[in-house]
Design a binder for this molecule. Sequence first.
Ligand code: PMP
Length: 454
Amino acid sequence: MEKIKTMSLVEKDQKNVWHHISPYVEEKPAMIAVKGEGAWLTDYDGNKYLDAMSGLWCVNIGYGREELAKAAYEQMKELCYMPMTQSHVPAIELAEKINEWLEGDYMIFYSNSGSDANEVAFKLIRQYHQQNGEPNRYKFISRHRAYHGNSMGALSATGQALRKYKYEPLASGFLHVSPPDSYRRPENMTVEEFNIMRAEELEQKIIWEQKETIAGIIMEPLITGGGVLIPHPVYMEKVQEICQKYGVLLIIDEVICGFGRTGKKFGHQHFQIKPDVVTMAKGLTSAYLPLSVTAVKKEIFEKFKGSEENLHFRHINTFGGNPSACAVALKNLEIMEKENLVAKSAESGEFLLQSLQPLAKTHPNVGDIRGIGMIIGMELVASKQTKKPVSPDFIGKIIQNCKQEGLIVGKNGDTVDGFNNILTLSPPLSCTKEDLELIVSVLKKVLAENQYIM
Ligand code: PMP
């Protein structure tokens, strides 16, 4: 395409489109994508990039699958809309399929986004406790560094100060504890001991806050966008024990970790736990259409049954459970099953981790490399002794240099000032061997060319 055409589109973009969570710098125009195929994106100038972030950790089966386009088209022709006050065939079939993947018995509540799904969880848990004779239970506990969404409740549960402080006051009743960031544990502790300590801190928080006021705990199976913080299994198992001990409901946010991303169908299946509520979005449709789910254990749903006017859950959204979105989700899961993408995610993730791991020894700024399935985090530090994070400029340069080499990588969210030092990878589960090799070779090259000077 001629350059002039690109320029005018860039100008129109800058004039009209307000981009999400990005600085506005005229000299640095946004990338304008025109095509996606497999793990690859093409921009308006014809440049190709391997998207090792799957968009926002979401295009699990890769770009450009015609089967999904067909599923949406066929469903739109047949029945384009039906509010979820009633029902329709794809919603029913998908709910059954999700329960099969969850290996559980949950009621499926449909919404549009991960934030919506978490908001639903908070509202229905507060109502559940009221209807279960414990109206004082209204508080939720989550972790610093976690992200749970952009709406007021989900943002209140989020533990990333930079994303919150300009929008305060947020919703009340949201508390935070420290996550098990094992890389930064005290020197005299094993990973297991440190994780037990973090779980005990959570129990302590419940006690200090008056245990009868705690409604629920929300956590991802691992903190993803907040820096790829993978717990020791003992942590998650203790959290579940604590929840049961104090009558607190456990919400597992699978918005990123669900649908094969971690090498299992759901991230929590790495642990011996059975959440009360599971929220999911992104990989559910591989982001071809918006759809999210709040899966709620049947015992909780029981408290909402009956004809009494005030018993039911007073929550509605227009688009949640859209028939075409459900049809696309069903096709997406069918493809994952047919192509064995969950097992492939575990295998490909292991390949990436093993191939990148030597950098932690050879590169002065690679402090830690950790991963599970197709989620990898690489913590960049100024010094391996002090573990002081590299500057945002340095990590920005690495990301920029990777892009110049045709590779899109990410970094952790806006935790607090100075803590944006973790490179992230979350490639499509469908990546080919060549894709994976390219990710490794570009990262090795770019890191070899860059060293942090204090
Ligand atoms: N939970 C987690 C763990 C997320 O990563 C995100 C989004 N990145 C959300 C919730 C919110 O999802 P959405 O952007 O679809 O509202």
